[in-house]
Design a binder for this molecule. Structure first.
Ligand SMILES: Nc1ncnc2c1ncn2[C@@H]1O[C@H](COP(=O)(O)OP(=O)(O)OP(=O)(O)O)[C@@H](O)[C@H]1O
Ligand SMILES: [Mg+2]
Length: 245
């Protein structure tokens, strides 16, 4: 579904992604783990189309189409979604309005009618309920004053509502209490299917114990230095990155 080939990216002349190659097949859950500052969020941002990165070489194909020249909006409409490591607060924009605008923008670009308001409200209420988010979070301003864990739950709410083909979850588990981690993992597992793909970026085994990735890659200095299955996570947890870096 997503194929990254020989991708090198700089920010302010600093090389952050270094000739990276990575394939995420349809129906697979792929995990990336790596030390702080190794370039994981940069990779997420470059996939989703955030400004400010210099693509020095390489390409990213999504369903066979090179997406590097596509805007973030177009990539979202194609079915790419990213859950932020640090979701941003937007005072003055109600969460439910934001969600409806997001979903209708994607629908418009795909020549679909706007969502029916009643079924939309029903659906977000159901999802919020499943995630243990009180209804009041839908009328509050987007992420404004939400706790760290509430912001992460709201990212998963968006995921379950938008139902993208491919999603990057950048440290979706950071800041979650034990119960919230279970709730979020359940939401991700519910989303996961043979027709979509997930890139999970995490520092910890606990999320991967629930989600069970098909492949695990260790990332350092902007490239993959080791690939394997879930056993790699156990070795990493025991021995740390010094074993690999
Ligand atoms: N806009 C920027 N300006 C300068 N340096 C940047 C910029 N964006 C990223 N970097 C640098 O690129 C490197 C990779 O950052 P990135 O956020 O991708 O790391 P990460 O692997 O996600 O780390 P963490 O595990 O701490 O989230 C870091 O050294 C960071 O300081
Ligand atoms: Mg990061």
């Amino acid at each position: 579904m997503l194929k990254i080939s020989n991708l090198s990216v700089t920010v302010e002349d600093k090389l952050i992604l270094d000739n990276l190659n990575l394939e995420i097949p349809k129906g697979k859950k792929v995990a990336i783990m790596g030390p702080n500052g190794s370039g994981k969020s940069t990779l997420s941002n470059v996939i989703s189309g955030k400004f400010g990165y210099n693509i020095k070489k390489g390409n990213i194909e999504f369903e066979g189409k090179d997406i590097l020249d596509c805007s973030a909006d177009d990539r979202a409409a194609m079915g790419i979604y990213m859950a932020f490591q640090y979701p941003i607060e937007i005072p003055g924009i109600a969460n439910s309005s934001f969600l409806r605008t997001a979903i209708n923008s994607i629908r418009k670009k795909n020549n679909l009618e706007p969502v029916n308001t009643r079924s939309f409200l029903e659906e977000i209420n159901n999802i919020a309920n499943k995630l243990g988010l009180d209804k009041s979070f839908l009328s509050r301003d987007l992420n404004t004053g939400f706790s760290g864990g509430e912001k992460k739950k709201n990212e998963i709410l968006q995921l379950l509502l938008i139902k993208p083909k491919f999603c990057v979850l950048d440290e979706i588990d950071s800041g979650l209490d034990i119960d919230a981690l279970k709730v979020i993992s359940k939401g991700i597992s519910e989303f996961s299917s043979k027709t979509n793909s997930i890139l999970i970026i995490t520092h910890y085994q606990r999320l991967l114990d629930y989600i069970k990735p098909d492949e695990v890659h260790i990332f350092n200095d902007g490239k993959i230095i080791k690939s394997g299955n879930s056993d790699l996570v156990k070795v990493l947890e025991e021995k740390g990155y010094k074993e690999f870096c």
